[in-house]
Write a protein of this length. Structure first.
Length: 284
């Protein structure tokens, strides 16, 4: 039984490629997307592998207790990691270098996920017309997001902003108060369009070693830096047979202290892709 839980914010420091392994259009290497919404996601298996790799790199002694025995297979893991859900998506704008965009459906998912692990969000989910956006108090300007022009229809509830700040880094290098300047809540339809067109697509070229001519050309999709995901982590007591077991609280604290803040997720890590910063919010 899972008895300890945490909601973990995942802030993309560099562009991230969690590949789907299947090309459906002109992009040879698309990112993973949810089947129902088509929003970018990071599947749980990739997160679990990245977390385990970080623990193994630290030569951590309790890796098998948390993730299970990788070689013998005689010990089940104590951790449950959910898919990373998209929370805030950065979009270039006419009013700032970029705006963090979200929609009622992302808030609905966050509220449901919080309830699963005992975190209650008391705010009300707003509705937004397709040609409108909700921003901050005193802002009545139109904004241009990619090819969308939206007019202001009010402000985002303060409690919502505070809940989002809990999942965004805040220190000398980051400032969660940036949300107060650059948050933009749009309709579900507008959000879906922006997440389909707002990812990075880069051309990659393989050169022939002898002739230095192009040998292969392909296109790769990346989730842009400054994107914010979140995931739900649950922990049970260690399931090591025949020995004294670590309790779930000790394991989740140990995992947080071992991984600390930074981990690399996804492909092309030698090109600096996939560096993320984690923000841990223990629930119970």
């Amino acid at each position: 039984m899972y008895v300890k839980h945490a909601i973990v914010g995942i802030y993309c420091e560099t562009p991230l490629h969690a590949g789907s392994g299947q090309a459906l259009g002109v992009v040879d290497l698309p990112v993973q997307r949810e089947k129902t919404t088509n929003w970018p996601t990071i599947q749980a298996s990739g997160l679990k592998g990245a977390f385990r790799s970080a623990c193994e790199d630290a030569k951590a002694s309790q890796t098998d207790d948390i993730f299970g025995s990788d070689k013998s297979g005689d010990q089940a893991g104590a951790i449950s990691i959910g898919d990373a859900r998209l929370l805030l998506f950065p979009v270039r704008s006419s009013t700032a270098p970029f705006l963090w965009v979200l929609c009622p459906a992302t808030l609905r998912k966050l509220k449901r996920d919080g309830r699963i692990v005992g975190k209650e969000y008391g705010w009300t989910i707003p509705e937004v017309p397709d040609d409108k956006y909700l921003g901050l108090a005193g802002n009545s300007r139109d904004v241009i997001l990619e090819d969308l022009t939206l007019s202001a229809a009010g402000q985002v509830e303060g409690e919502i902003i505070e809940s989002l700040k809990e999942l965004v880094p805040d220190d000398d290098f980051y400032n969660s108060s940036e949300l107060d300047k650059y948050l933009c809540l749009v309709s579900d339809e507008s959000f879906s369009m922006l997440t389909e067109t707002g990812t990075e697509v880069q051309a990659r070229v393989e050169l022939d070693d002898d002739t230095k001519t192009t040998k292969n050309l392909w296109y790769q999709e990346l989730v842009p830096s400054n994107t914010v995901f979140y995931t739900v982590i649950s922990m049970a007591d260690a399931r090591k047979p025949g020995e004294e077991r670590q309790d779930a609280g000790s394991l989740i604290s140990w995992l947080k202290d071992t991984i600390k803040e930074y981990v690399q997720i996804g492909g092309d890590q030698t090109l600096g892709r996939g560096w993320v910063r984690l923000v841990w919010q223990e629930v119970r």
